[in-house]
Ligand binder design. Structure first.
Ligand SMILES: Cc1ncc(COP(=O)(O)O)c(C=O)c1O
Length: 415
């Protein structure tokens, strides 16, 4: 029997063709969960990289609604976007180049992470603006990335003290970043904390005693109470994902804030031996049906992912063959499948039970990369599960967002 044709009169007309459905309620819940865990430490939520793919402004507003004290970005340009959206909360930006607009940061009350060379540029900008810069000195305690080495730390402190005396800057914080907090048994975290304490003592000797000492990322917040200090800087946990290999988001009391969904673009029956996708790296070993999923590596689906889980209308299947730019294939496992063109597909999140971490495992990477790389071609649809009447979770509330006629509290709009 041929399956060419339109098997459904109205195949999910309300669903977006493809969407990353973002639930601010999940972000608020996760911030509250982390804040109560680290209390009395403050919470800075990292909204860099478009809020880990969720939309920077959407994520920032939800985080602040959930009780975040600070926002964090890598770049000043990212922080400026938040200011342009009217967000007045304290923001720290920590990764700069010679092209960074320090003057704009100072004008817009954006705190600057300082690892070394930047201090001269920031002081000059402050001098010409006649306005002190607010800075957080960053010590590299072992990660070997950004941050001042402990050897150069006294020089940086001396400069900071001089500029502070001249009224060009005020040191608001001293911070560092952990390298292996996601593996709580590793001794390097103890070593990093030891170096950090030495750096604080040296700072005190230079009469630099800032209010905000901050060290812990999400894994540090959950696994190292001794790294909480005055504030934690958390990202992945706020978006509802676990940084640990052996603890799920649910174990940590977190709820994923993104559901990546689309619908089946084609279904067809094939003979045993049919090759699948570029390179023909996979051939089916029996007659079967294939579903075509209209998301590809241009949308952030990793090209190397194999046998990744995919939810189609309530059942789990596996991807086969290489992911292409716009699409990939799922083996439905039987000729007489119920799956039809237009059926709902969830890649991860929602009620699927599939986590971004599962795609990470299939692609040899981590959940962080999966969520942050969802492409611009995938619209972010913001649906607040707590504001949508009778919402049964993100899946049903998608329909509310997609339908302008639904009398739900309006979502904040695509990010
Ligand atoms: C300096 C800094 N602090 C905090 C974070 C947040 O880390 P996580 O997402 O693991 O909580 C990051 C993210 O990479 C970071 O670069």
């Amino acid at each position: 029997m041929s399956i060419i044709g339109d098997p459904r009169a109205t195949p999910h007309p309300e669903a977006a063709e493809r969407a990353a459905v973002i639930d601010p309620a999940a972000i608020r819940h996760n911030v509250r969960t982390i804040a109560s865990y680290v209390h009395p430490a403050k919470v800075l939520v990292a909204v860099k990289a478009e809020g880990y793919g969720h939309g920077a402004v959407t994520a920032a507003r939800a985080a602040l609604d959930g009780g975040a004290d600070w926002l964090g970005t890598a770049h000043v340009s990212e922080a400026l976007v938040l200011r342009a959206a009217g967000i007045q909360a304290p923001i720290l930006a920590w990764l700069h180049t010679r092209g960074t607009d320090f003057a704009a940061a100072i004008t817009e009350h954006i705190d600057l992470g300082i690892s070394g060379w930047e201090i001269h540029h920031v002081a000059r900008a402050a001098e010409s603006l006649q306005k002190p810069a607010r800075v957080h000195l960053k010590i590299d305690t072992g990660l070997g990335r950004n941050g001042c080495t402990i050897e150069d730390w006294p020089d940086l402190l001396r400069l900071a003290a001089q500029f502070q005396e001249r009224g060009l800057l005020s040191v608001e914080g001293i911070f560092t970043h952990l390298a292996v907090a996601d593996e709580p048994d590793r001794r390097e975290t103890d070593e990093q904390l030891q170096v950090y304490r030495e750096a604080l003592t040296l700072a005190e000797e230079h009469r630099i005693v800032p209010d905000l000492r901050h060290v812990a990322n999400t894994p540090g917040a959950f696994s190292r109470p001794d790294a909480h200090f005055d504030m934690v800087r958390v990202g992945v946990g706020v978006y509802g994902h676990s940084p640990f290999a052996d603890r799920t988001a649910e174990d940590l009391g977190l709820r994923p804030a993104m559901e990546l969904r689309t619908s089946v673009a084609n279904v067809k029956r094939v003979r045993a031996g049919q090759g699948i996708s570029y390179g023909l790296t996979h051939r089916v070993d029996r007659p079967t049906s294939l579903a075509l999923i209209p998301l590809g590596y241009a949308d952030g689906i990793p090209r190397v992912a194999v046998h990744a889980p995919v939810w189609i209308s309530g059942r789990r299947y596996r991807s086969v063959g290489r992911v292409a730019m716009d699409q990939f294939v799922v083996d439905l496992g039987e000729l007489d499948t119920d799956v039809q063109v237009g059926d709902e597909v969830v890649i991860f999140g929602g009620d699927s039970g599939i986590e971004a971490a599962d795609w990470g495992s299939a692609a040899g990477t981590i959940n962080y990369e999966i969520i942050t790389r969802i492409g611009e071609r995938v619209p972010r649809i913001v649906v607040d599960s707590e504001l949508t009447p009778a919402a049964g979770g993100a899946t049903s509330s998608v329909h509310a967002a997609a339908s302008p006629a639904t009398p739900a509290t309006p979502p904040r709009g695509p990010a």
